[in-house]
Design a binder for this molecule. Structure first.
Ligand code: CUA
Length: 160
């Protein structure tokens, strides 16, 4: 019997491909397990009205229920409006973000918040803040000459 003969180098590459696929599968499973999710299906806006129409004309943080906040943030060249969001420890915050101009990003350190912000689209994402402190957020999508200036912070105050 003389079966299919596979070159030893070929075998090594086949094994390496298999191992790589297994690693990818584990990485995807682990990210889902750790709370990875896709942005929700939020309504579209007319980006030319973003500066005029509520809620993004005067974006603010609103307490919807005890410990539950909605934070509306306008992400524009080259600032977050507002750039400070203050909530007490133990709060759940749902962020609603949109851009009146170009594509931006929104990433908060030490959380799973990491979304793109597009003109005409609302990005919605939630996070829970249990530990008091300051959580830096930045634009992580190159948006022009002032890109590096775009930052702000979520200030989590100790529970009273
Ligand atoms: Cu906005 Cu980079």
């Amino acid at each position: 019997m003389n079966g299919l003969r596979i070159d030893s180098y070929e075998k090594v590459w086949m094994l390496a491909s298999g191992v790589l696929l297994a690693v990818f599968l584990v990485a995807v499973a682990a990210s889902v397990f750790q709370g990875f999710s896709l942005p929700g299906d939020e309504p579209r806006l007319d980006p030319t009205r973003t500066m005029v129409d509520p809620p993004f004309a005067q974006p603010a943080v609103v307490e919807r229920a005890p410990g539950r906040y909605d934070a509306y943030v306008r992400v524009q060249i080259w600032a977050f409006v507002p750039n400070e969001i203050k909530v007490p420890a133990g709060s759940s915050v749902t962020f609603y973000l949109t851009s009146p101009d170009v594509q931006h990003g929104f990433m908060i350190e030490r959380t799973n918040v990491n979304v793109m912000v597009l003109p005409g689209q609302v990005s919605k994402i939630s996070a829970r803040f249990d530990k008091p402190g300051e959580y830096l957020f930045v634009c992580h999508e190159y948006c022009g000459i002032g890109h590096h200036l775009m930052s702000g912070k979520v200030i989590v105050t100790p529970k009273s």
